[in-house]
Design a protein around this ligand. Structure first.
Ligand code: ZN
Length: 203
């Protein structure tokens, strides 16, 4: 990766679970796909006003891309930079098209009964820092290979990230971060087998 990374905290996020933590402006967030082909749903909220948050629909017009590439920022719903992608050893597939998985999506796919979801992981994590949202912002889907075909259709493909691939995001404002190791096991989103990830904060 570019530059230095002075480790301040490290968290292993078990398969199918989520995590929240806070960062200062300038902090680095390294997210490692430990076993490969594991999407990470990523949310970032302004630490001083959680109703300002990373917004995929606001990011795309600012960067004129379907998702940030190395060096691009993700923007909030107030069109301010909240994180910038400063290193990426993966093939660089970080979808911004699709909502978090949720119980209704699993029911749609034929799951009968309980199933972990990124939406539930988000709200459980936020409850731990006393934030209640009655909606679910669209996440930035790191290591997620939703392939857009030229005719406007898309294909849910297995991620091409390999074990040990990582991204580093720089916080551009003080923020509460939530990540979810996506539990999608009903299609190829996670290559068929949800696994865990590592999240490290550095400066
Ligand atoms: Zn998910």
């Amino acid at each position: 990766m570019t530059g230095s990374f002075n480790l301040k905290a490290s968290h292993d996020v078990a398969a199918r679970t989520g995590l929240t933590f806070s960062v200062k402006s300038g902090d680095l967030i390294r997210i490692t796909d430990l076993e490969g082909a594991q999407p990470v749903d990523f949310w970032a909220f302004n630490a001083e006003n959680h109703l300002e948050f990373l917004s995929c629909e606001h990011t795309k017009p600012s960067i004129e891309k379907l998702f940030p590439h190395l060096g691009d920022a993700a923007y909030t719903n107030r069109r301010r930079k909240i994180v910038t992608l400063v290193a990426d050893t993966s093939p660089g597939q970080h979808d911004m098209q699709f909502a978090a998985c949720d119980p209704t999506r699993y029911a749609e796919l034929g799951v009968d009964g309980e199933h972990a979801s990124c939406q539930d992981n988000l709200h459980k994590a936020l409850a731990g820092i006393d934030i209640v949202l009655d909606f679910t912002p669209q996440p930035w889907n790191l290591f997620t290979n939703f392939f857009i075909n030229p005719d406007g259709t898309f294909s849910i493909r297995a991620p091409e990230s390999k074990a040990g691939d990582y991204v580093v995001l720089r916080a551009d404002m003080p923020a509460h971060i939530v990540v979810s190791a996506c539990p999608q096991d009903q299609n190829l989103t996670c290559g068929g087998k949800p696994t865990g990830v590592r999240v490290e904060v550095g400066s």
